[in-house]
Design a protein around this ligand. Structure first.
Ligand SMILES: *[C@@H]1O[C@H](CO)[C@@H](O)[C@H](O)[C@H]1NC(C)=O
Ligand SMILES: *[C@@H]1O[C@H](CO)[C@@H](O)[C@H](O)[C@H]1NC(C)=O
Ligand SMILES: *[C@@H]1O[C@H](CO)[C@@H](O)[C@H](O)[C@H]1NC(C)=O
Ligand SMILES: *[C@@H]1O[C@H](CO)[C@@H](O)[C@H](O)[C@H]1NC(C)=O
Length: 398
């Protein structure tokens, strides 16, 4: 067999070995206000098992070939892995005609290439985020960054302001509440159905800080796949309205559900749309009055605006960023190492197995993913540059 043919055969069999697991972070827009429908979430990657297969002398190929051949093969692999960045870029440059299959193909290549943290790339990217957005000081509204008398402009309805009087001011933490900053290892857990059967729970729980999106379930059977530790969980105001009846008769169920997050922060986009404000304050008062362990935080609308401008320069022109991209950006600033789990905006795995939209329901994603390609290709870029790591597949269990 020609070396090229052997390489292709090896890669093809490698693909069969790969399992994808993903997740999905829902957006915060109140029902009806979203223009672009579903947005993208983050995904994870990594596949160390597959990489090992590729390099391991345990595979038949190395035993039957000589070192000239091996060198040639690894040269081709290096070449291919170097070109990934270009491949993702040209895919995301396509304004139309992209398809899920194009993405899955490039993700298959990404998975076959080794991932290595690039400290310098990380430092550069983090510095850029710090200078545009400064999550450390500004990601949530605090008494420090928002004194009494401030008129806060809404993130999306940006002609509208809300004056910060004492009653609102007192809901804010005195200063940024992330006492352990900078965290060493952070997990950003999206809700993609790819997490189903991933066995990533133990690895996620070992992280120093775990971000989750939109009050996902973490108890029961899903536990081994998604873990149980939660340090911060976002809350889409529409879930309070739709699932918890605005905390009237379903208040007790709500308190019971959030008790599973321990003393996590609940993060709400109170100042993104005016419709979000009342319901976010209601969550605050409900937790305070019932002496719940969880604390409420509000996204700073100015931070989100600056972050959207930052991503706009990279071609993400969505009506609004997905929560997944917001949280992944925050994590890069707050953490030394960031790993994304359950970010999978596709309807199937690279092996063509259908993937449910969320790990906790069986709804398939809608076809057509709007701004997803732009966002997701940015996340893929961060992965191939070694800035963060996407866990695409099953986690290795010790
Ligand atoms: C090494 O493998 C290549 C490709 O299979 C072959 O052309 C070459 O003759 C081999 N060299 C030796 C020394 O066996
Ligand atoms: C993608 O588009 C950007 C901006 O238009 C351009 O600079 C870049 O070279 C393009 N990349 C590819 C791979 O086509
Ligand atoms: C906030 O808005 C009110 C009403 O428009 C105005 O009177 C006040 O001066 C503004 N405060 C600041 C700090 O700009
Ligand atoms: C998870 O996978 C199992 C089988 O692999 C399937 O029966 C179950 O419905 C899946 N759950 C979700 C939420 O997709």
């Amino acid at each position: 067999m020609r070396p090229g043919g052997a390489l292709l055969a090896l890669l093809a069999s490698l693909l069969l070995l790969l399992l994808l697991r993903l997740l999905w972070c829902p957006n915060d827009a109140p029902a009806g206000s979203r223009l672009s429908g579903e947005e993208s979430r983050a995904a994870t990657h990594g596949t160390p098992a597959a990489l090992r297969t590729l390099r391991s002398p345990a595979t038949p190929a190395p035993r039957t070939t000589n070192s000239t051949y091996l060198n040639e093969k690894s040269l081709q692999l290096t070449e291919k892995c170097k070109n990934l960045q270009y491949g993702i870029e040209s895919l995301s440059n396509k304004t139309k005609g992209y398809s899920e299959d194009d993405y899955l193909q490039i993700i298959a290549s990404i998975q076959s290439c080794p991932w290595k943290r690039q400290a310098e790339e990380y430092a550069n990217f983090r510095a850029k985020l710090a200078s545009c957005c400064d999550a450390v000081q500004n990601f949530v509204v605090s008494q420090n960054n928002t004194p009494v008398g401030t008129n806060v402009s809404y993130e999306v309805e940006n002609k509208k302001q809300i004056p910060i009087r004492k009653n609102i001011f007192h809901m804010f933490p005195v200063s940024q509440p992330f006492v352990g900053y900078p965290y060493n290892q952070c997990a950003v857990v999206g809700n993609g159905g790819i997490l189903n059967k991933s066995l990533c729970g133990a690895e996620i729980d070992k992280s120093d800080f775990v971000f989750r999106c939109n009050l996902p379930p973490t108890t029961g059977d899903v536990n081994k796949d998604v873990g149980s530790k939660t340090n911060l969980v976002t809350v889409n105001p529409s879930i309070i309205t739709l699932k918890y009846g605005n905390l009237k008769e379903k208040k007790a169920i709500f308190l019971e559900d959030i008790a599973t997050y321990g003393d996590a922060f609940l993060l709400l986009p109170a100042f993104s749309f005016r419709a979000n404000t009342g319901v976010s304050f209601k969550v605050y008062y409900t937790l305070r009055d019932s002496k719940a362990r969880q604390k409420v935080l509000f996204f700073h609308p100015k931070y989100l605006k600056h972050l959207a401008l930052f991503w706009r320069t990279k071609g993400v022109t969505a009506y609004r960023l997905s929560t997944g991209l917001m949280i992944a950006s925050v994590a890069v600033e707050l953490c030394e190492n960031v790993k994304l789990y359950g970010f999978w905006p596709f309807s199937k795995t690279v092996e063509d197995t259908p993937v449910s939209h969320h790990y906790y329901d069986n709804t398939l994603p809608k076809r057509g993913f709007h701004q997803m390609p732009k966002e997701y290709s940015q996340i893929l870029q961060l992965h191939v540059k070694g800035i963060l790591k996407l866990q695409f597949s099953k986690c290795e269990t010790a």
